[in-house]
Design a binder for this molecule. Structure first.
Ligand SMILES: Cc1cc2nc3c(=O)[nH]c(=O)nc-3n(C[C@H](O)[C@H](O)[C@H](O)COP(=O)(O)OP(=O)(O)OC[C@H]3O[C@@H](n4cnc5c(N)ncnc54)[C@H](O)[C@@H]3O)c2cc1C
Length: 288
């Protein structure tokens, strides 16, 4: 494995290097996905452009328009961020199950998003939050919905000179609760067999006024369940309803069989986890 390592200290220099090397270069953040792919000889970039010296991309900010997370923010920072342990618990819970402590200390949220694995844990709550991504490249800056950015396994809408700079989403309305659940063969250091993020908002008379259900590892990308979400709207939150919604969500994904699990098992787990996640959302609203 032979490559040149570049360590730009400005975003404009990183973009210039990205444009210069094109498909023969790669940005590198924590390296926990990229280096494994290089070791397995799936990728052999001629140049690595490290993003680690770029300023201002590793913090979390809450502004009037919502949260803005710098792409270089580590999973460890996200799992410890107070609002992502309580108010938007599904995001902290997802970052908390990415690999082990050593991985989470260096692995970034931006890398999780750009790597575009269908099983990327933090992508699933971000999708449930209707997150947008900010990109900066030679042609300027642009923003788009995360759902549009993800194109397929390992594929995104990003061109090779574009740096993902921030991930943004709105804060939740009052009376909202969230949950993230992951099924794997063991509790730590495990890629998801299925993961689920759910968000519920209760409005007047306890009726559901907002709902989002997102799934990971059961489609070409992380995905939302629009039919199940629509069925929740205006309903009273109750366990019998959640069983029906969960079965509907299971019809909205396209799991495959692989070394980790069969498609059938994944479908069963989607239904089980969605039901449990919705119950947890209601518990979270009641705890506030
Ligand atoms: C032992 C181990 C266990 C793991 N367990 C899990 C797990 O349980 N769940 C899970 O979801 N993941 C897991 N992962 C995968 C990985 O840790 C995460 O996906 C992590 O978030 C990747 O971030 P990174 O900073 O290391 O990305 P990198 O490896 O640096 O980059 C990944 C890709 O994104 C690109 N990139 C990174 N940042 C940017 C940016 N800002 N702009 C443009 N392109 C960028 C790179 O060019 C590369 O193509 C595991 C990895 C290991 C090694």
């Amino acid at each position: 494995m032979s490559f040149a390592l570049h360590e730009p200290s400005s975003l404009s220099d990183a973009i210039e290097l990205g444009a210069r090397f094109g498909a023969e270069g790669r940005f590198i953040a924590g390296g926990t996905d990229l280096v494994i792919q290089m070791n397995r000889k799936r990728l052999a970039p001629r140049a690595l452009v490290s993003l680690s010296r770029l300023p201002d991309l590793s913090s979390i900010e809450l502004c009037p328009s919502g949260y803005s997370i710098g792409a270089l923010t580590t999973h460890k920072t996200i799992e410890r961020y107070p609002a992502f342990r309580n108010r938007i618990a599904m995001l902290g819970a997802a970052s908390q199950v990415v690999g082990g402590h050593q991985v989470r200390n260096i692995a970034t949220i931006g890398g999780n998003v750009v790597n575009a694995s269908p099983a990327a844990d933090a992508v699933v709550p971000l999708l449930a939050l209707d997150a947008e991504v900010d990109l900066a490249g030679a042609a300027g800056k642009r923003s788009l919905a995360l759902s549009q950015f993800l194109r397929g396994p390992g594929k995104t809408d990003r061109s090779s000179d574009e740096v993902l700079t921030h991930i943004r989403f709105k804060d939740l309305p009052p009376n909202s609760g969230t949950a993230f659940l992951k099924a794997g063969r063991r509790k730590a250091m495990e890629i998801s067999i299925v993961c689920v993020a759910a968000k519920l908002t209760l409005g007047a008379h306890g009726l559901i006024s907002g709902a989002a259900i997102a799934l990971g590892a059961v489609g070409a990308t992380a995905l939302r369940c629009p039919q199940a979400e629509a069925l929740l709207m205006g309903q009273r939150a109750r366990p019998e309803l959640f069983g029906e919604i969960a079965r509907c969500a299971a019809t909205e994904c396209t799991p495959i069989s692989d070394v980790r699990a069969s498609a059938n098992y994944r479908g069963i787990m989607v239904a089980a986890l969605v039901e449990r996640a919705l119950v947890r959302c209601v518990e979270a609203v009641e705890e506030v």
